[in-house]
Design a protein around this ligand. Structure first.
Ligand code: F7E
Length: 330
């Protein structure tokens, strides 16, 4: 019988790539979607429109993390072997404006899901998407699975709570539950308010004469950026092991927002100096620092290495934004 996976956050960047990855491995995939999700135009649009996939190997269920009865019902009816918990408010800057709902969804939502899974007669394996934001301003670089959490944003704090709960349920209740500590990961399907997509989109639109300039916050900010397609492979691998453990997924290389600007504008033959300006509206009350990961455990135990370089990723993202190059669901 085909293995069954349930994904929260299936309409997001990672959820859509993970769905494709799992379908390609013969899984029956079930996704939890919110009432507000527009499926036709979502990143799943191409799968949703395909009658050989939707309703056969891909099934979507309306439920939400703040609607535990419905979510519990979906879990019981589907009876998944694996649950990938990717849902939540994922914008760090926005979490300063809406801290309560961020914590409600990300922290309490995860705890509720753990409680539901714990009650099932045959608990599925659980992957929880944690974040490098949990480290905040760590004393050591690069970080690994033993680095203490010191979050500096409501988002990072909510994720740290959720990740600690996942560890507690693994240790105290014996669940097969795993945290992925995911550093920034991008793709042409990235949401438009994250900085890489914002820059790549602007470079393409300016190239085509449909926009004049680009306003950014702190362009000296440094991040460890990878490709989302590499990271969803890591999610799946981390649930295929005998012993459940947390895994850190990162490229191990730091780049600045300015590097993204330079690669993106150069890839469409533009000089960024003529177009990029700073706007204090995009500065954040607090920024993490030193966030660069050491993925040695994932490499050694999962055989995981990122395959797509920063330059290739940003160039691909920018080209995908040019009119006529947009791919379905991107
Ligand atoms: O910002 C700076 C901004 O919003 C990256 C999420 O997936 O990764 C992501 O969180 C950097 C920050 O991602 C703008 O201040 C400058 O220093 O693309 P971002 P993030 O905050 O790192 C972590 C690992 C997650 O878990 C999150 O869910 O870029 N920056 N100017 C800007 N950022 C934005 N969004 N917009 C700007 O105009």
């Amino acid at each position: 019988m085909a293995p069954k996976a349930l994904i929260t956050g299936i309409t997001g960047q990672d959820g859509s790539y993970l769905t494709e990855w799992l379908l390609g491995r013969g899984y029956e995939v079930h996704g939890v979607v919110r009432r507000t999700s527009s499926l036709e135009r979502s990143r799943l649009g191409h799968l949703y429109a395909d009658p050989s996939v939707y309703g056969r190997t891909l099934h979507l269920h309306y439920a939400d993390l703040d609607d535990p009865t419905t979510l519990r019902r979906v879990l019981v009816r589907v009876g998944p072997d694996e649950v990938y918990h990717l849902a939540g408010q994922s914008h760090v800057g926005l979490s300063f404006d809406i801290p309560e709902s961020t914590c409600e969804m990300t922290a309490m939502g995860t705890l509720r899901l753990l409680e539901m899974i714990r009650d099932l007669p045959k608990p599925p394996r659980l992957f929880h998407a944690g974040s490098s934001e949990m480290f905040g301003r760590p004393a050591v670089a690069p970080q690994d699975e033993h680095t203490p959490f010191q979050p500096v944003s409501p988002y990072g704090t909510a994720k740290a709570f959720a990740a600690q709960m996942v560890r507690i349920y693994r240790e105290a209740h014996g669940l097969y539950a795993v945290n992925g500590i995911l550093y920034n990961h991008e793709s042409p399907r990235r949401g438009e308010n994250f900085v890489t997509r914002k820059i790549c989109r602007a470079a393409a639109t300016i190239r085509e004469g449909r926009q004049r300039d680009l306003a950014l916050g702190d362009t000296s900010a440094l991040r460890d950026w990878g490709d989302a397609r590499d990271y969803v492979r890591g999610m799946w691998l981390s649930l295929q092991q005998e012993i459940p453990r947390d895994y850190l997924f990162a490229s191990g290389v730091l780049h600045s927002v300015q590097d993204v600007v330079e690669v993106a504008f150069a890839s469409v033959g533009l000089d960024w100096r003529h177009h990029v300006r700073q706007d204090p509206r995009f500065l954040r009350p607090a920024e993490p620092s030193n966030l660069v990961g050491n993925p040695a455990r994932a490499r050694e135990l999962l055989g995981w290495t990122p395959e797509i370089s920063f330059e290739r990723l940003i160039t691909e993202m920018t080209r995908a934004e040019l009119t006529g190059a947009r791919v379905s669901g991107a």
